[in-house]
Design a protein around this ligand. Structure first.
Ligand code: GAF
Length: 384
């Protein structure tokens, strides 16, 4: 994480005021991809890359937002908030302000600084990290708070309604509710969750293909629409299936022929991924790491072949990891079409694994990938 002392001094120099500082972590998803908006299961962990948000009050009624990443400042009038985003980085924090204002909070002026080290566009939820850190910061100004699941929904709404990206609940939820050294099996319908400890001997190695990923991009939308179209076919026979969470593989055997071929493939991924995710959590809880790895491999194949959510580079990053010593399981993580792979690796072998994987990938693509040995960290909080 960026140095909070350096961040404090950036804010202080700029706004001549001591900031309160909040942290919103990024996340890595171990398994359960494109299942959240189908009201299914996901198993993410918060990671030690985060967005810092520093906030101090102003008395001129202005909302001034500065991004250290972009080296840019934007000013808004707290009495006339913009009704929608403008395809700018400030949409993420302003979306949160706007949704919370819609909940009845009257924000006075404030200066908000943001500085994140979650690699942008890498599928590690840099957006949710900004939203969540911003939410805690601006709520502190009005002395309000929400339970984690409620705030996660509000941050999701900021992204859906203000930014215009139709994401599910996973990223905001884990950024708020992550737990040190744990992943979390989240039921995206009830928002109940079960903590699954990541054993001490296991490292999370995150390998960035350096291919940019975007939830706001067209592919995410298309895949979502295709899987929802499959669900509509099933629901026309079985009205008790409002989401693919409620569908079974037998439904696909019966009515798959009525679906467009791509829709059938997307649905097969989502339905089987839900089963794998629940099974993976059980295996992790039993300490059966070989089974965890097997399920991750199966999940990657399904994501790549049936969901067509991978890319040449991510498939290669997963393939190149297979015979490296210490690997437990590898797959593409996050929204897809680029971004990072997540590798569960024996802790003692993680440094050598990271180096060898980087060298293999660089040799194949002539691109030097960023490879990080991470750990599961706690959720969003205020820094004292
Ligand atoms: C992105 C979205 F933001 C999540 O809601 C989720 O759908 C994920 O892609 C795919 O599992 O991170």
């Amino acid at each position: 994480m960026h140095d909070p002392a350096a961040f404090r001094s950036i804010h202080k120099t700029r706004y001549n005021a001591e900031p309160a500082i909040f942290v919103g972590p990024g996340r890595v998803n171990l398994i359960g991809e494109h299942t959240d908006y189908a009201e299914g299961f996901v198993m993410p962990a918060a990671i030690n890359f985060a967005c810092l948000a520093g906030i101090s009050p102003r008395n001129d009624g202005k909302i001034v937002i500065y991004s250290e990443n972009y080296g840019e400042e934007r000013t808004f009038d707290s009495a006339a908030l913009p009704p929608h985003g403008s395809k700018h980085w400030s949409d993420y924090p302003m979306g949160v302000v706007s949704i919370l204002a819609g909940e009845g909070h009257k924000f006075p002026g404030f200066s908000l600084s943001l500085w994140g080290d979650v690699p942008l566009g890498s599928g590690l939820s840099s957006s949710a990290a900004i939203e969540v850190a911003t939410a805690l910061a601006v709520l502190s100004v009005v002395g309000a708070s929400y339970p984690g699941p409620v705030l996660a929904r509000l941050c999701q709404r900021a992204e859906n309604e203000f930014v215009g990206a139709n994401c599910g609940i996973m990223d905001q939820f884990i950024s708020l509710n992550g737990k040190e050294n744990h992943s979390l099996l989240l039921d995206c319908r009830s928002l109940e969750f079960k903590l699954a400890p990541i054993p001490d001997h296991v490292a999370l190695v995150i390998a960035n293909t350096m291919v940019k990923h975007s939830v706001a991009g067209g592919d995410y939308k298309t895949r979502r629409a295709e899987s929802e179209a499959a669900c509509a076919v099933i629901a026309s026979h079985r009205p008790g299936v409002p989401f693919l969470r409620d569908a079974t593989l037998e439904d696909l055997d019966k009515w798959g022929h009525e679906m467009a071929p791509k829709s059938l493939m997307r649905a097969r991924h989502v339905i089987s991924e839900n089963l794998r995710t629940v099974a993976c959590c059980d295996a992790l809880l039993r300490g059966e790491m070989a089974e965890v790895g097997r399920l991750m491999a199966e999940a990657h194949t399904s994501y790549s072949k049936d969901f067509e959510g991978s890319c040449v580079e991510a498939d290669a990053m997963v393939a190149l990891a297979q015979d490296l010593p210490g690997l437990i399981g590898a797959r593409l993580t996050g929204g897809g079409f680029g971004g990072c792979t997540v590798n569960l690796v024996e802790q003692a072998q993680a440094p050598a694994f990271a180096e060898a994987l980087g060298a293999r990938y660089a040799a194949q693509f002539n691109i030097v990938p960023e490879i990080h040995i991470c750990h599961a960290s706690g959720g969003a909080h205020r820094l004292e």
